[in-house]
Write a protein that binds this ligand. Structure first.
Ligand code: F6R
Length: 612
């Protein structure tokens, strides 16, 4: 949610900052802005994408400045506009600030500041911060920028990732974090600051992650990290393990398509070293020491949002099927506000691609408070959720840049599959059964590659439905969460209204929507629900709905019932979601691009939702 970049060193700051913003644009693209310090402060900001800002900047002089900050915004308070864009400045124009997060008490702070004569130029909550710092600094000129920021933050409620520069102290950047991630990249005589590692990786692979409640002062020669209460902190330098190539498009038209096509490789990476086919066992380093406790859980509660929540639902089916441990799946946002019953006998699993989703993080903290053991499944290494959980597993899907989650989802499902196997071992299923299921799982990447070969045919089907106003997605059993995921993918990137349902639920309401214009995507693979699904297809056909089926290779019957069939390789029910979701992703992608939508940057969305 919003992207932050900062640079201080020997090189021209502006191009580095602009380039960094481009790498972060998936975090928000309502507006972008930049501030550099070169004797005096120069600030430029523009509504719209980073390229708008770049165009606006051409011909302006930011030359010679070797320190600065920049921001790409996802609006929370105040519409997307030039004046609501960050950086925000104090009245005398010598402090510039960028902010991710939400200042919850901004109304009262703003009222006080207006009462003291401060004039506001934007509708944002963030602007109060710069005036507050200004007021504190003016009231006590013996403070430095760091001191003024520190004091200001004592008055602030809410979440922030902050970067502040001042022409009064041109050789430093002050940063602070509470609830919104910040990373410092360590170069040779230069430092980079960012809200995630994507803009840093091309410059250095050495980073320091700030923790909540920490501030840092970054100069050309060093950085110091203290708590907001002014206690010095020892920080560990982490080496990033992803390359620039991994965050670029690699010849694909969109990140989303690249990430869909990366899935066979990603799936192999997720399993690498963990699935021991020859021995018929699973090795899960991140949770090994906690496995016994996990097996003894009276109940497992899975908390997540969006696509990660869909993966959690599949996790529920897998863990209950194999390990016979009761599982509940909660939206993190509901869990945190409904006073859930959680005890120390429970295990709470939080799932998050970004590892920064505010609701999921709050659910994690609540579960910990209530004494549950909390385990994480995250993609972003070193993310807040990964750090705050007792144990966990990384999905190793590599950076996911497309706003619509694809490869992170299938990686999460594989991790949950492996977890279900590990929880079952020695308890609920035999060694031979585990071996068979692992074989099935290990075959998935090749099968996914075969499905991807049908991309052109899937695009042709997509073309027929690109002008649909609504769509229904139906599946049963392990494929029900895939129906939800298919519908979410379509609506978020194409803006077509879509609903996912358990197929049998259709007759309890949604069937009323079916007419000759309604595409109904059925997941109708050969498993124990197949004959029931066929009856559901008949029900749709008799109401003239347009049926598109995802079916198993060799199914000779289904072609008679469906207008279009996408055949996928056969596999056992528990691994099926990993296959059936692929046509769903491709259909959504093609429908959206054929409608002219920007799939990597769908309207109103951002990659990492660090606000409630
Ligand atoms: C949908 C999508 C979102 C995320 C959700 C949770 O394609 O990407 O629904 O799944 O915002 O994000 P994470 O997994 O980062 O917690």
């Amino acid at each position: 949610m919003c992207g932050i970049v900062g640079y201080i060193g020997k090189r021209e700051a502006a191009p580095i900052l602009l380039n960094g913003l481009k790498r972060l644009e998936y975090r928000g693209y309502d507006s972008a802005g930049i501030a550099v310090v070169n004797g005096e402060m120069q600030v430029l900001k523009r509504k719209g994408s980073v390229s708008n800002l770049e165009e606006f900047m051409s011909g302006t002089v930011m030359i010679g400045a070797t320190a600065g900050i920049a921001h790409t915004r996802w609006a929370t308070h105040g519409s997307p506009s030039d004046r609501n864009a960050h950086p925000h400045m104090n009245v005398s124009g010598d402090i510039a600030l960028i902010h991710n997060g939400i200042v919850e008490n901004y109304t009262s702070l703003k009222k006080d500041l207006i009462g003291q004569g401060y004039a506001f130029t934007s509708e944002t909550d963030s602007e109060v911060l710069v005036h507050l710092i200004d007021r504190i600094w003016k009231a006590d000129p013996s403070l430095d920028l760091e001191g003024a920021v520190r004091q200001a933050l004592r008055h602030v409620e809410g979440a922030y990732g902050l970067c502040i520069v001042s022409s009064r102290e041109p050789d430093k950047i002050v940063v602070a974090r509470k609830g919104s991630p910040l990373v410092i990249g360590i170069g040779e005589g230069e430092y980079f600051i960012a809200s995630d590692a994507a803009p840093i990786v091309e410059h250095t692979n050495k980073v320091v992650y700030l923790s909540d409640g920490e501030m840092a002062v970054v100069t050309r020669n060093n950085y110091t990290v203290k708590t907001i209460e002014n206690v010095e902190q020892e920080k560990r330098i982490t080496e990033l393990d992803f390359s620039l190539e991994k965050i670029e498009k690699g010849g694909y038209e969109h990140f989303m398509l690249k990430e869909i096509f990366e899935q066979p490789e990603v799936m192999r990476d997720v399993m690498r070293g963990r699935v021991r086919l020859d021995e018929g066992r699973i090795q899960l380093g991140g949770i090994e020491d906690y496995l016994d406790r996990l097996k003894q859980a009276k109940r497992i509660v899975i908390c997540a949002c969006g696509t990660s929540w869909h993966a959690g639902l599949i996790g529920e089916y897998l863990i209950e099927e194999f390990a016979r441990i009761p599982v509940e799946v909660d939206y993190a946002s509901e869990f945190r506000y409904r006073n859930p019953i959680v005890t120390s006998d429970d295990v709470v699993i939080v799932i998050s691609q970004s590892g920064e989703t505010a609701d999921t993080l709050a659910a994690l903290r609540l579960a910990k408070e209530k004494g549950a053991m909390v385990m994480g499944i995250c993609n972003v290494v070193g993310s807040t959720i990964a750090r705050e959980t007792l144990c966990g597993m990384y999905t190793h899907a590599g950076p996911e840049v497309g706003v619509a989650s694809t490869k992170a989802f299938t990686a999460q499902v594989i991790v949950l599959f492996m977890l279900a196997m590990a929880l079952s071992k020695g308890r609920t299923i035999s060694h031979d059964e585990i071996r068979l299921y692992l074989r099935d799982l290990a075959d998935v990447p090749d099968k996914v590659a075969r499905i991807l070969e049908q991309n052109d045919a899937i695009k042709e089907i997509a073309a027929e439905f690109k002008d649909a106003k609504n769509a229904l997605y139906l599946g049963r059993g392990f494929n029900f969460p895939v129906a939800l995921e298919g519908a979410l993918k379509l609506k978020e990137i194409s803006y077509i209204h879509a609903e996912g349902y358990p197929a049998a639920e259709m007759k309890h309401g949604p069937i009323a929507l079916i007419d000759e214009d309604m595409p109904v995507f059925f997941i109708a693979t050969r498993d124990n629900t197949y004959t029931k699904i066929i009856s559901n297809i008949e029900e749709v056909r008799s109401r003239k709905g347009r049926v598109i089926a995802i079916a198993s290779e060799g199914d000779s019957e289904i072609g008679r019932l469906a207008e279009h069939v996408i055949y996928i390789p056969q596999a056992s029910g528990p691994v099926m979601p990993l296959l059936t979701v692929i046509p769903m992703q491709l259909l959504a992608y093609h429908i959206a691009t054929l409608r002219g939508c920007n799939v990597d940057r769908p309207r109103n969305l951002a990659k990492s939702v660090t606000v409630e």
